[in-house]
Design a protein. Structure first.
Ligand SMILES: Cc1ncc(COP(=O)(O)O)c(C=O)c1O
Length: 415
């Protein structure tokens, strides 16, 4: 976790609000997963946090992309095509054409989610006489992927698509999953792969699986007014090892020896991120204490956090030791609100703070996954926060300066 001192240096260098990513912590997480699941290839779901790609491209095996924008980011960063897997319920002809027409020998692997996608890809590959590897995405009961019957139908007719090389299955059924669900899924996927190999005389199928491992964000699930202390990030980390052990055991029990790729976003990225926002006002209105910060709910996304009812890991960093603007001087419970013009902009309720002052910072930890990508960025035309990373080897590096949003919300036509 970034120390208070490091956060203070970053706030002064980049301004607030700001996203801070601790690359040493990220590396630790990658190493933990590698140690527990050495047989698996690791794939990062880029949607969780594209800013981590410069380092993750060196540490991981694969990158799952779900939009043309994500693909463009990987092209700018010169990620090798054969490290990419393209998912997505909608892949347009123009987007797939751009991928096919990229110079170089390799193509990314592409997941097929419908008969329509199969026909389009087959046509593009045949026209160029280029073979492309595909994964058949198995649906988990929503708009993504194919059901088993359609998947079997494609396998039965695969000779008609000689430019498509079916390498395996892709499956992702959601995030923050319970171990019980993961155990059942692993057993079912292994069984299905075996049955398909048998029925269609296939070589061993690869399995690209998003286990949706859970990240703990909150000290308890049913927060009451007297639990105003946030949990320490180290305590929240404790479930990580257990989940990896459960997954390893599930794979062993299922007898899974095929090529396995684990697609992960949250579990890889959450723990390395912090969001720093400055206290800009403190007031007591009708006996309630309000702490106003320069960020807000448009920048922070904790899974399951509704209207500030739960307490993620957060700490007060003093700008001037001992300084206090606020009454009451004793510890009190504060409602932390952002700068947006809506009563919904409540980051936390009942946060116990001792003598906060304007100019101090609140640092929200464990927000390295999805906060930077899921925010309501355009609402109220406020700036996008800067993004910076830290590692012991390279110190602070700016990955994006604070960026004005208002030009995007400005009408282009003359009045
Ligand atoms: C296909 C796919 N794989 C992997 C992930 C990553 O999920 P998580 O962040 O729960 O690890 C997602 C997230 O939406 C996804 O859509």
């Amino acid at each position: 976790m970034l120390t208070d001192k490091l956060c203070q240096v970053a706030a002064e260098a980049y301004g607030t609000p700001v996203y801070l990513f601790d690359l040493d912590r990220l590396q630790q997480q990658v190493e933990l997963i590698r140690q527990q699941l050495p047989q698996a290839r690791l794939c990062f779901a880029v949607k969780a946090n594209p800013f981590l790609l410069p380092v993750l491209s060196r540490w991981l095996d694969r990158f799952e992309l779900c939009s043309p924008g994500e693909w463009s980011i990987t092209q700018q960063l010169k990620l090798p095509q054969d490290k990419l897997v393209i998912s997505g319920v909608y892949k347009s002809e123009a987007d797939l054409t751009a991928i096919f027409d990229q110079p170089g020998d390799c193509l990314p692997e592409i997941s097929l989610e419908s008969g329509e996608q199969l026909a389009l890809l087959n046509q593009l590959a045949r026209r160029r006489q280029r073979k492309v590897s595909v994964l058949l995405r198995l649906s988990s009961g929503n708009q993504f992927g194919l059901d088993e019957a359609d998947l079997r139908d494609i396998l039965a007719r695969r000779q008609a698509c000689p430019y498509l090389r079916i390498t395996g299955l892709q499956f992702y059924s959601g995030t923050q999953k319970h171990s019980r669900k993961i155990i059942a899924e692993v057993a079912r996927l292994e069984q299905l792969c075996r049955s398909l190999e048998h029925d269609y005389d296939l070589p061993p199928l690869a399995l690209e699986y998003g286990p949706g491992l859970a990240v703990r964000y909150f000290s308890d699930s049913s927060r009451s007014a007297d639990t105003a202390e946030p949990a320490a990030p180290d305590d929240l980390d404790k479930s990580d090892l257990v989940q990896l052990q459960v997954l390893r055991e599930a794979l062993t029990q299922a007898g899974c020896r095929r090529q396995l790729t684990l697609e992960m976003g949250r579990f890889l990225a959450a723990a390395c991120g912090s969001y720093l926002t400055q206290i800009v006002d403190l007031k007591t209105t009708r006996a309630d204490h309000y702490c106003i910060v320069d960020g807000g709910i448009h920048h922070l996304a904790y899974y399951g956090q509704m209207l500030g009812m739960k307490l993620p890991p957060v700490r007060l960093i003093k700008a001037v030791p001992g300084a206090a603007d606020a009454r009451p001087p004793a510890p009190a419970d504060w409602t932390v609100c952002g700068a947006l013009c809506t009563v919904n902009d409540v980051l936390l309720r009942c946060l116990r703070l001792t003598r906060p002052a304007r100019g101090d910072w609140l640092c929200f930890d464990r927000c390295g996954a999805y906060s930077v990508t899921e925010g309501l960025s355009l609402f109220l035309s406020r700036n996008l926060p800067a993004v910076a990373s830290y590692s012991t080897a390279n110190g602070w590096q700016c990955l994006r300066p604070a960026t004005a949003i208002w030009p995007l919300n400005q009408p282009q036509a003359p009045v």
